[in-house]
Design a protein around this ligand. Structure first.
Ligand SMILES: Nc1ncnc2c1ncn2[C@@H]1O[C@H](COP(=O)(O)OP(=O)(O)OP(=O)(O)O)[C@@H](O)[C@H]1O
Ligand SMILES: [Mg+2]
Length: 276
């Protein structure tokens, strides 16, 4: 799925009227199959951006186009079908606690299936192999028949990623997929996620607090700050100076680094991030 944002502004309904908009005048075009990381300090608007792209949040001004269609101009049924083609994976996957992992993973597919197939797969998982394959990509295939509430936080997060893959969506919107993972697992999970998206030509947009991983695994990186675009660049062009500007006043979110040489190539001085 390709997407375009034009001058998009988003206000949270519950926000104080005096609060600045969570996203302000954002312009963005992403081609089908592209892989984009979104970085920026806490409160920058990363999650709000994913919600906007997932049609979970309506722009107060400006427009969103998904595959050249304004989703908010569609009748309700067509909007639901469009939502069925994208998958928003929140930071904490909404997995029902008593459910088996296999059922939770296959539930990610529900919008694509007939009502009968959906109900049947909730009662008796019919496509166990698909779930197992998705789980294996994140090294949790052995948890297939475990209960969700008996998993560790990191295992839950990886099951959530397997669920995103099982969804067969053509737009994957993934919010901080690595927050509960150790560095080795995080590397592996990101490699699996990007590879699986590439194999099926799905568009992938992920928010990340781990800047080094964003630069390593994604060809394009967007920096958000205060609800506005700070930069939108090929990852090789994201310099330490840009990162320090992006995280200015939030430098505690960056691991200690030497002061940046102006416009030094990032490969010479990678900027690792703390896992949160
Ligand atoms: N449900 C909400 N109601 C009101 N304001 C909100 C809501 N969710 C987020 N905001 C505000 O919108 C702004 C952007 O929040 P958002 O969650 O998109 O940031 P973020 O970049 O994802 O931050 P983090 O890295 O901490 O997850 C913040 O100022 C936040 O306080
Ligand atoms: Mg967020």
């Amino acid at each position: 799925m390709k997407l375009r944002l034009t001058n998009a502004t988003v206000r949270h309904p519950a926000a104080r009227t005096s609060a600045p908009a969570a996203l302000r005048g954002l312009g963005l075009a992403v081609a089908q199959g592209e892989q984009v990381a979104v970085i920026g300090p806490s409160g920058a608007g990363k999650t709000t951006l994913l919600h906007l792209l997932a049609c979970a949040q309506r722009p107060a001004a400006g427009s969103l186009q998904l595959d050249d269609t304004d989703p908010w101009a569609l009748p309700r049924g067509a909007l639901e079908r469009l939502r069925g083609r994208l998958f928003l994976a929140p930071q904490v996957p909404p997995l029902p606690p008593r459910q088996r992992v296999v059922t939770a993973v296959l539930a990610g597919r529900l919008p694509h299936e007939s009502l009968w197939a959906s109900v049947r797969s909730l009662v008796l998982p019919t496509d166990t192999a698909l779930a197992e394959h998705a789980l294996a990509r994140f090294d949790v295939a052995d948890k297939l028949f475990d209960r969700v509430d008996r998993l560790s936080g990191g295992e839950r997060q990886r099951v959530g990623l397997a669920r995103a893959l099982a969804s067969q969506a053509s737009l994957l919107l993934v919010d901080e997929p690595l927050s509960a993972l150790d560095p080795a697992r995080a590397q592996q999970a990101l490699a699996s996620l990007t590879q699986a998206a590439r194999e099926r030509g799905a568009t992938l947009i992920a928010t990340l607090h781990q800047v080094d991983m964003a630069l390593r695994h994604f060809p394009r990186v967007i920096g958000l700050r205060g609800g506005a675009l700070a930069f939108d660049l090929p990852s090789a062009q994201v310099t330490p100076a840009l990162l320090h500007q992006l995280y200015a006043q939030h430098l505690e979110e960056l691991a200690p680094t030497a002061p940046p040489a102006p416009d030094a190539p990032v490969a010479a001085a990678p900027v690792p991030m703390q896992c949160r």
